[in-house]
Design a protein around this ligand. Structure first.
Ligand code: ZN
Length: 303
């Protein structure tokens, strides 16, 4: 029999039951699942104070040994592979637009890399609320606006023909309202592209250690293809494309299965020699096609 909680689904408002999974960094919290739409989420959610502390100081990345150090330069090294991978995935798509906005721009590494592309046809601005990130921002124009609580300035309303948001929505405690407010920034006919972690990823099937590692207190939501599409529908968007792709290398997956840990100060996405990259590409493509990639990407337009 299902054990229900007081949690209400942050997508559809229905009741949720306990799954038995726990976030790795908060054993008093639970991963719960909506009885109606099947959405997985954290319960309880972060308090407003915990949220502010997390955003301002970037605690999870800086102080959990993921980034190999808490200073800005080690962060830049840590993210360099991630940044170049995302540039190669999204640059051609962004070339079809003129005013791009990145919501949750972090330190601005992605914007910085895009701004350096020689044949770039679009301009890009960012939105970010984290204090430490803003103090170290390298991506160019950035606005300190909290989408959920702040008033959007008139100068930014309906300005952007493409809004890109990478690994942010899983942190948002009220995703429907967040997406509804994103609409105010979007030009009529514009497109939004969001990338989030995929709960149904292949690595969580083959590594129990990774599955435990995947649940993180900072993440309010764990989306699948269905629930990601649903949250966009609830906010009045129409999905034009949704798919998964694998980010991490076959070598990284083997490490998880063998040793139950990720690579830390080591290449996680590509092979140690370019001549081995062909097998990595076949492996990653196949996982993406099966809908089990690490990342889940949705392209949507207003209804
Ligand atoms: Zn639900």
């Amino acid at each position: 029999m299902n054990e229900y909680t007081l949690a209400k689904c942050i997508i559809c408002g229905e009741r949720c039951f306990v799954t038995g999974e726990k976030p790795r960094d908060r054993f008093s919290a639970d991963i719960v699942r909506c009885d109606s739409c099947g959405h997985y989420q954290m319960y309880p959610l972060l308090t407003r104070e915990e949220e502010k502390d997390e955003y301002d100081n970037d605690n999870t990345v800086r102080f959990s040994n993921i980034a190999g150090g808490s200073d800005f330069e080690s962060m830049r090294i840590k993210f360099s592979e991630w940044t170049s991978e995302h540039v190669s995935i999204y640059f051609n798509f962004l070339q079809d637009y003129s005013n791009v906005l990145e919501v949750g721009a972090g330190y601005g590494f992605f914007m910085e890399a895009l701004n350096k592309m020689p044949d770039r046809r679009f301009s890009i601005e960012g939105i970010e609320i984290g204090k430490f990130r803003l103090e170290n921002f390298v991506g160019g124009i950035v606005h300190n606006i909290n989408i959920l609580t702040d008033t959007i300035p008139n100068s930014m309303r309906n300005k952007y023909d493409c809004i890109i948001c990478i690994h942010v929505l899983e942190h948002i405690s009220n995703p429907v309202i967040f997406l509804e407010r994103i609409k105010d920034l979007l030009k009529p006919g514009g497109t939004v592209v969001f990338e989030v972690p995929n709960i149904n990823c292949f690595l969580s099937e083959i590594s129990k250690d990774y599955k435990r590692f995947m649940y993180l207190y900072e993440h309010c939501s764990y989306y699948s293809t269905d629930t990601l599409q649903l949250v966009f529908e609830k906010a009045g968007f129409k999905t034009t494309n949704i798919h998964t792709y694998e980010i991490y290398s076959i070598e990284n997956h083997c490490r998880w299965v063998r040793d139950g840990v990720p690579f830390i100060n080591y290449n996680q996405m590509f092979m140690p020699d370019e001549r081995l990259e062909w097998i990595n590409r076949i492996y990653k493509d196949e996982i993406g096609k099966q809908g089990k990639g690490f990342a889940l990407t949705i392209y949507a337009k207003l209804n």
